[in-house]
Design a protein around this ligand. Structure first.
Ligand SMILES: Cc1ncc(C[n+]2csc(CCOP(=O)(O)OP(=O)(O)O)c2C)c(N)n1
Ligand SMILES: [Mg+2]
Length: 370
């Protein structure tokens, strides 16, 4: 006998849970507030600052792509399309919060205080790019998919043990949400009720693997339910929705109410990285066009223009400043001494070197002195 009672109907149970995860939007594609009750009512000054940072970041992406093509940068993962998801989430944080980024999350750590020339050096694989200033609470971007989720659970636990009123924020992608580390990280933080915010930027692809075949879960947000942590899916092309979700998660975390999971539904316009994948092989221009209509910078521009807070001149000024700042940062990166093999050996060990490295150190000290 089959029961229609939900308790005995796991299929219905799943449907009920999934139906609860509707994507939250505050600002629609036309730049109109569609969810008045959730409007964070940011001051005019803050709205302009958030827009300026998104425009700066779009330019940084364009410049990074051309610098990479000129051979002046190393590893680079394009960010255009993900500005709301990246910049508005970081904007909801405080300086004492700690960011554990993935390889595409360079903008967030730059806005959290990492000098831009260091981000460029990190891209080049230079050790100075991994030396983070003492007062900047970030670690270098993680390349191992999902590993930062476990690290974030640990950082959050450390903050909790020290009684700090701060949070550890980490980012991964839709693909990353299939990794073991993802589940371990959210479960651990949930079990300890530690102050972590887990952000999944669902940009629809893990390299060429579409979101639809990544998991049979209807949303990635619902994965938080299994770990017993509050979870939400937001429009990741809407800066206000991303900001509010992150701010609320932060408020809960510092109040002692534990971690949260935020899925930001977004898109990357460019290739996966500059290493040579060709997006036309795995997605169509129709899909690209559909997402470009949702553009975070365009919708925020419309919103601010309607409020009389943004003009073409203002945007041109932000772009000009961005170009100057990027130029100066590349110059600074170029001015840092080339890394040597002896640097690598010396940096890895504070004291007694193993004999084989000691031998190599001597060989390279000799070679490099010539
Ligand atoms: C543990 C591990 N497995 C595989 C890879 C290779 N890899 C690099 S990026 C990537 C896809 C990640 O996609 P997603 O999490 O959606 O992030 P996105 O690149 O879209 O931001 C894979 C499989 C890796 N870096 N680490
Ligand atoms: Mg992805």
């Amino acid at each position: 006998m089959t029961s229609k009672n939900n308790i005995f109907d796991p299929v219905q149970n799943l449907k009920d849970i999934e139906a609860k995860f509707e994507m939250v939007q505050i600002l629609n594609e036309n730049g109109e507030i569609v969810n008045e009750g959730l409007d964070p009512k940011l001051s005019d000054e803050k709205l302009v600052e958030l827009m300026s940072r998104m425009v700066f970041t779009r330019i940084l992406d364009q410049r990074s792509i051309s610098l990479n093509r000129q051979g002046r940068l190393g590893f680079y993962a394009p960010t255009a399309g993900q500005e709301a998801s990246q910049i508005a989430s970081q904007y909801a944080l405080e300086k004492e919060d700690f960011i554990l980024p993935g390889y595409r999350d360079v903008p967030q750590i730059v806005w959290h205080g990492l000098p831009l020339y260091k981000a460029f050096l990190w891209s080049r694989g230079h050790f100075v790019g991994g030396q983070i200033p003492e007062d900047v609470n970030v670690i270098p971007p993680q390349i191992i998919i999902g590993a930062q989720y476990v690290q974030a659970a640990g950082v959050a636990l450390g903050m909790q043990k020290r009684g700090k009123k701060s949070v550890a924020v980490t980012y991964t992608g839709d693909g990353g949400s299939s990794q073991g580390d993802f589940y371990e990280g959210i479960n651990f933080a949930g079990a300890f009720k530690s102050p972590a915010i887990f952000i999944v930027q669902n940009n629809q692809f893990a390299i060429s693997t579409p979101r639809e075949v990544q998991t049979s879960a209807t949303t990635i947000a619902q994965k938080g339910v299994a770990a017993g942590i509050p979870s939400i899916q937001v429009d990741g092309m809407d800066p206000l929705a991303v900001y509010v979700a992150t701010r609320d998660a932060r408020d809960r975390a510092v109040a002692g109410d534990g971690p949260s999971l935020i899925e930001t539904v977004c898109y990357r316009y460019g290739p996966h990285t500059m290493a040579g994948d060709d997006p036309t092989r795995y997605r169509t221009s129709e899909t690209d066009n559909l997402w470009e209509k949702k553009d975070p910078v365009v919708r925020f521009r419309k919103y601010l223009e309607a409020k009389g807070l943004w003009t073409e001149e203002k945007e041109a000024e932000v772009i000009e400043n961005a170009k100057e700042e990027i130029k100066a940062a590349i110059k600074q990166a170029d001015g840092v001494a080339k890394q040597k093999v002896t640097d690598l050996i010396n940096l890895m060990h504070t004291d007694a070197l193993p004999y084989n490295l000691q031998e190599q150190l001597e060989i390279y000290t000799e070679k490099e002195s010539k």
